[in-house]
Design a protein around this ligand. Sequence first.
Ligand SMILES: Cc1cc2nc3c(=O)[nH]c(=O)nc-3n(C[C@H](O)[C@H](O)[C@H](O)COP(=O)(O)OP(=O)(O)OC[C@H]3O[C@@H](n4cnc5c(N)ncnc54)[C@H](O)[C@@H]3O)c2cc1C
Length: 422
Amino acid sequence: MPDTGRSTVTAATATATATATATATATVTRGPRMTDTADVIVIGAGVQGASLAFHLASRGASVIVLERSSVAAGATGRSSGLVRMHYDLLAETRLAWASFPYFRDWAQRVGGECGFTKTGFLRIEPASVGDRLRANVTDRQALGIPTSVVDAEEMRRIAPGLEVDDDEVAAYEPDSGYADPSGTASGFMRAARDGSARLVQGAEVTAITVQGGRVTGVETTRGSFAAPVVVNAAGGWAGRVAELAGLQIPVTVWRHDTGYLGVPPEVARPIPTVIDSAHGMYFRPEGSEMILVGLEDHSGMGGSPDRDTSEADPDFRDRAAERIIRRVPGLIEGTFRTSHSGQDGLTPDERPILGPAGPLGFYLDCGHSGTGFKTAPAVGLGMSELILDGAATSVDIAPFALERFAEGRPLVGEHGGDLTWS
Ligand SMILES: Cc1cc2nc3c(=O)[nH]c(=O)nc-3n(C[C@H](O)[C@H](O)[C@H](O)COP(=O)(O)OP(=O)(O)OC[C@H]3O[C@@H](n4cnc5c(N)ncnc54)[C@H](O)[C@@H]3O)c2cc1C
């Protein structure tokens, strides 16, 4: 694509109260590359901002990504990187499924490596919720996702190192696994910069400028940048960034600890990627010698997005070790290597907020609620279409509009289920 020329950006938007929507078309003159003017400014270089920049740049739009720290410095750099399709909500499964080809075929689609490792995925549930699990799996099979319900005997065959009760069931996805979140974000960013995107690190957005009800750009600690479209992809900081545009959004900070254990050679392999509802945890291999474990309870809610995340809660190691040993008994001989924390933006229904909101030209790509790594490729695609064409056509992001909260329509799984994080 040429570095200069004219491009048309269509921006659909909603009022600050999120009660009405309007559509506006802004025709902008794209300046030469490396100026401080662009078609789109993206705030935040996590996996979401990087994916959006990649998709916008692949359409020829000029993009400036502004990052207060460095690429993947937020939730992305702490993410456990699970790539699986089994959500309780079809709209999220569709995003994960549309994202999957990017992870699987990363070299062809983006270039380089994203660290995708196919381990197989088990979502283990007690028999009491077996009907719900089966209904979820049936819906996902209808989308073409390779998944099935497996019983205890089959689980023991798939994962011989796991202790499984006879009445437990699981959803099994043979093709799922995990990827490297920092590598994924960096890869998207690198490919975007090879096109028409520019990354400015160490640039904290401190103000969003609005004229006549339309965004015109931002002020940062590294100067001013102009664009008719500004996207809030600021993760745990998204509420703070929205306020700069005069908008209150229901995004709070969610804090989550993870740790790595060394796996003794006696533990039978392979170890798949597992969400273990019975024990309120998930785990996956990290290479061949370690296992990553995260717990689904004791997550911190609220607080500052600026808090230090280098240390997990003091009792996390004991709680994690006690639980993982129940599922993988051989880990009683394991060694705790390291643990840390991470923070993401959390919404009341634990689903993201995607779409226009507030002043014309302002968009939200935030509130990913601890599950926004695996969906980032498709979310970026859908958001790029919404911004450039006025509607997302490749994927459906409409269910994730901010309006659902004001209208009392939180997203809930088709077959019921509780919120994940507590
Ligand atoms: C511990 C943990 C484990 C997880 N595990 C999984 C998993 O297994 N699978 C999965 O799918 N998801 C997982 N998630 C969720 C997933 O990682 C996040 O949803 C995703 O990384 C969010 O990406 P993001 O780009 O929206 O946010 P972030 O990665 O937080 O990026 C936001 C960026 O915005 C920048 N920023 C903020 N304010 C400003 C400002 N004013 N100016 C400029 N820049 C600013 C920040 O520095 C940051 O780099 C996990 C999250 C955590 C914390």
